[in-house]
Design a protein around this ligand. Structure first.
Ligand code: GLU
Length: 472
């Protein structure tokens, strides 16, 4: 798969939107380009006599707000162009969901399965030490998170390395140097599912939008919608699971080794279990196996969710896509030229910079939790319960009637951290969708949601730069 033009692709999307704004060319160039690109190499000891040199990057796209934010990817496909594009996308994601960060991204060019856990730990700790040396990490500087090929485990190693280097007395905020940590290491409930849950909320909002559904000839509502998901990783798995739980029918799931199809729909948890047990998605119960996984993208469905890597829909398959809606769970799954074709075919595209921003939204909550040193809901949970109890008692005394226990339980309830995180995420995804729609409806030259999302983000970043006094 060719991903050499990912940053150019981002620029095409950006330029299309920038042309619809009135900002000066200099300001637009400042918003578009990557501010700092740090490429470094470090040795990994493989055994007593052998070393391997590892290639790694951290790209800081925009410093209009601090800290910067974005995941770290471990993959053999990692290259400078990819990390630059992913860093740029982070700036726009944060702006769209009003998370007060600039965008950044990290990458290490490795194939995880080639290394032992111990070697992966060494790589992660050394990567972190290199970032510390150059001031590319810190709670107020640049805050990494998981991405493709990394998880809570790597984030715990990063946090531990950073705190070891920053253990001076009084430095109580060091754990805010990275998000997506395990709960036991100052993580937050709901972060792991957050990107997939955000994809679900975003798609649900779009299919409830009568105006958009009318244009593509679909009935509003998720119930009965036929969905295809590419990628059963952290994003795809949770997106598929939450969509299924809300009544959508997951007719096909695609992974590296192939895809499976069943018009009656899959139980996503069972498929995941099957893949863990057998090592492959193929051979699942009575489902039809599809040997060429890319064929799944071209099948009839209402909603197609590419939730794996970039450049999945391109000049060779754009004309064959039959979905009515494409929800970009991954970053950059559609090339800019392919999107023109999809839009001409009347497909509704929910862009990555909106749809997969649930991860960074909950990362923001985790960062806030780390800086405030208290779990969300801890101070007010019991107080709210007592308030609710008193309220119910007053109503019961006034009316002389008793509220049934199940209804009491609905009212007398302080929110847990998970409930607060999920409601904060839901509200963010709903509000941001309507912000983007408002931008689109205000300007008749904007004919799609991606351009509207970019215009919305460019406006916010431009205002920040102008308020810094850097641009008039
Ligand atoms: N890697 C995720 C993304 O691409 C999360 C970033 C974050 O939480 O900082 O959005």
């Amino acid at each position: 798969m060719d991903n050499a033009n990912f940053f150019d692709n981002f620029c095409k999307y950006f330029d299309k939107a920038a042309a619809l704004t009135n900002y000066s060319a200099g300001l637009l160039e400042q918003i578009r380009m990557c501010n700092s690109v740090y490429h470094f190499k470090f040795p990994l000891r493989i055994d007593e006599h052998n070393y391997e040199v590892i290639d790694a990057w951290r790209v800081e796209h925009s410093h209009h707000k601090l800290p910067l934010k974005g995941g770290i990817r471990y993959s053999l496909l990692v290259n400078e162009d990819e990390v630059k594009a992913l860093a740029a996308l982070m700036t726009f994601k944060c702006a769209i969901v009003d998370v007060p960060f600039g965008g950044a991204k990290g990458g290490v060019k490795i194939k995880n399965s080639n290394y032992t856990d111990h070697q992966l730990e060494n790589i992660t700790r050394r990567y972190t030490a290199e970032l510390i040396k150059k001031n590319f990490i810190g709670p107020g500087i640049d805050v990494p998170a998981p991405d493709y090929g990394t998880s809570e485990r790597e984030m715990a190693w990063i946090a531990d390395t950073y705190t070891a280097f920053n253990s001076q007395p009084g430095n109580t905020d060091a754990f805010a140097c990275v998000t997506g940590k395990p709960i036991s290491q100052h993580g937050i409930c709901g972060r792991k599912e957050a990107t997939g849950r955000g994809v679900f909320f975003g798609i649900r909002e779009a299919v409830n939008d009568k105006e958009e559904m009318k244009k593509i000839g679909l009935k509003p509502g998720l119930g009965g919608k036929k969905v295809i998901v590419q990628g059963l990783g952290n994003v795809g798995y949770y997106a598929a699971k939450f969509l299924q739980e809300d009544g959508a029918i997951i007719i096909s799931l695609a992974e590296k080794e192939g895809a499976i199809y069943d018009p009656k729909g899959f139980d996503v948890d069972n498929v995941k279990k099957h893949r863990i047990e057998t090592g492959s998605i193929l051979g699942y119960k009575n489902a039809q196996d599809i040997g060429n996984t890319y064929d799944a993208l071209e099948m009839e469905c209402d909603i197609l969710i590419p939730a794996a890597l970039e450049n999945q829909i391109h000049s060779e398959n754009d004309n064959k896509i039959k979905a009515k809606i494409i929800g970009e769970g991954a970053n950059g799954p559609i090339t800019a030229d392919a999107e023109d074709i999809l839009l001409r075919k009347g497909i509704l595209v929910l862009p990555d910079i909106y749809l997969n921003s649930g991860g960074v939204t909950v990362s923001y909550f985790e960062w806030l939790k780390n800086l405030s040193h208290v779990a969300f809901g801890r101070m007010e949970k019991r107080h709210n319960e007592i308030d609710d109890y008193n309220f119910v008692s007053v109503i019961e005394n006034l009316t002389g009637k008793k509220l049934p226990k199940d209804q009491q339980n609905l009212i007398i309830k302080g929110a847990s951290e998970l409930e607060l995180v999920n409601s904060g995420l839901e509200d963010t995804m709903v509000q941001s969708y309507h912000q983007i729609k408002e931008v689109k409806n205000k300007n008749s030259k904007i004919d799609n949601l991606r351009t509207a999302a970019f215009v919305n983000a460019i406006d916010k970043v431009a205002v920040a730069y102008m308020n810094l006094g850097i641009f008039p």
